[in-house]
Ligand binder design. Sequence first.
Ligand code: HEC
Ligand code: HEC
Length: 396
Amino acid sequence: MNRKSKGFVFVMALLALAIGAALAGAQAQSGTTQQAPAQAATEAPKPKVSEEVFKNIQVLKGVPEEQWQATMQYMATSLGVECNFCHVGNAREKDDKKQKQVARKMIEMTRMLNKDVPEVEGHVTCYSCHRGAQEPVFTPPVADENFAPPARGPAVAEGAAPAAPTAPQVTVDQIIEKYVQALGGAEAIQKITSRVSKGALEMGGGRQSPIEIYAKAPDKRISVMRQPNGRESLTAYDGKMGWLGGTGQPVREMNTAETAAARFDADLHFAAHVKKSLVQLRVVRPEKIGDREMNVVIGRMKGQPPMRLYFDKETGLMMRVVRFVETALGRLPTQIDYADYRDADGVKVPFRWTIARPNGRFTIQLEAVQQNVRIDDARFAAPPAPAPTEQKPPTP
Ligand code: HEC
Ligand code: HEC
């Protein structure tokens, strides 16, 4: 695979959040009543867990199948390595690498720390010690030319910014109200029924490819990225289900975490109903992005880990969202930075957003936005699945 195509595969993996494969393409449209699924459509079938799916599971038991890939990614990212650091080729069940065996002990050690040392309360993860390296650092560094005496008090734990010691000055309602006003007001937001955005997906190193995004209220969205070889890559949410596909690729239904993320991105009127979309909203300590002060709100989509929303104190605009994918060992973050807000039909629309994960980042820069144009619902629907085949376990 050349560098270029590798880059695209990588970006597609990012677009797809690169976690797990909840294959559902084989759901036949049989239409016969005796083949009706055992469960009501609203009730998800009981998810399979690791030891039912894989061959040699000794410590990571009970991990939902769709969390597996993200869990492995979590270890790889924490140590700054790839899968083959612990595995030999695709024979992942084999134990012939010392690193894999050490990793098992590390998993048990980490659990023990979190269970037996109340002070750390579940906050010790692979990353706490490894910090992206195979070898944790054992000794403090010596003073360099920029040495300054240590700050008062302990550093704040990663991702766990506690509430301000004094009560926050602003409330969730005030922050959201300011955001709505900054965008143009609730009425203007609700007037937007669809949006067609065209621009480029930039991958760094000057590589980019055209992207078109179609969105329709309340929450349908499809992005179509055209690769240099002419192939299309699709990421979509049809209002109920998220799916991924493209030229010559079977359609894959998104897993739970991917679906939640896709639904969030597809919500055309998010600002107008933040309190409906997110529960347990609260204000935490303000933070800075660059030199700008941000109000930070935490909230969660039902069934998902909490996410962090950053609003510019001055303009009121939402500048960043950090959401997390739960794994068996810790949470993997995705950070989306919104920028280049421009006026379009009475509302402000971010023309630029950057999506960053531990293993890479890319930016979408829009050139043109058209709103309130007719988009047929069919555009968001997944193409029919190919003839049902035996379901294979995912090959990560
Ligand atoms: C730091 C070491 C480490 C890294 C890196 C790692 N794994 Fe693993 N992997 C393990 C361990 C340990 C197990 C066994 C877990 C157990 O026994 O419960 C495992 C098991 C697996 C299994 C189950 C195999 C079976 O049938 O029993 C798969 C699949 C897998 N890993 C895929 C991956 C992929 C894909 C990556 C890269 C994204 C990866 N792993 C990265 C340590 C690692
Ligand atoms: C409390 C600190 C701590 C935590 C938490 C921790 N590790 Fe480690 N890990 C270490 C230390 C220390 C070493 C030994 C490094 C050395 O000998 O150079 C190590 C070594 C390893 C090695 C062997 C590396 C090599 O080069 O052979 C692997 C693999 C590993 N850890 C994986 C993990 C995984 C996966 C997790 C999370 C489940 C984890 N560790 C959590 C401290 C930690």
